[in-house]
Design a protein around this ligand. Structure first.
Ligand SMILES: [Zn+2]
Length: 105
């Protein structure tokens, strides 16, 4: 099963046109729930970087991750291959907006 976000395209377009903090637009809350659910199941509740298993922990531990940070790569904000789920430690403390891992390739 792949992630199908086609039913959310109108909401995405409206959010982009509204500008500002696009990702936080409440029109996208259904889409974000779907993305999070999809990747958590796909990765078996593990962080996409450290592989920490969050089974049995608070449901909020894993959050949607933009592998290429959305602040710098706005055009990849809604590309499903740029999305995953990560733990807060990796996202907030280690990776932040760093994408230097891409430059090795
Ligand atoms: Zn992690």
């Amino acid at each position: 099963m792949s992630l199908d976000i086609s039913e959310h395209l109108t909401a995405i377009e409206t959010a982009i046109n509204a500008g500002g903090n696009i990702w936080e637009n409440e029109l996208l809350s259904d889409l974000k729930s779907k993305v999070k659910e999809y990747y958590r199941e796909k990765l078996n509740e593990q962080c996409c970087y450290c592989r920490k298993n969050t089974h049995g922990e608070f449901k909020m531990v894993l959050d949607i991750e933009h592998i290429l940070p959305k602040s710098k790569f706005r055009h990849f904000m809604f590309h499903t291959y740029n999305l995953s789920v990560s733990c807060k430690r990796c996202n907030m403390n280690i990776k932040r907006e760093d994408f230097s891992f891409c430059k090795r390739y």
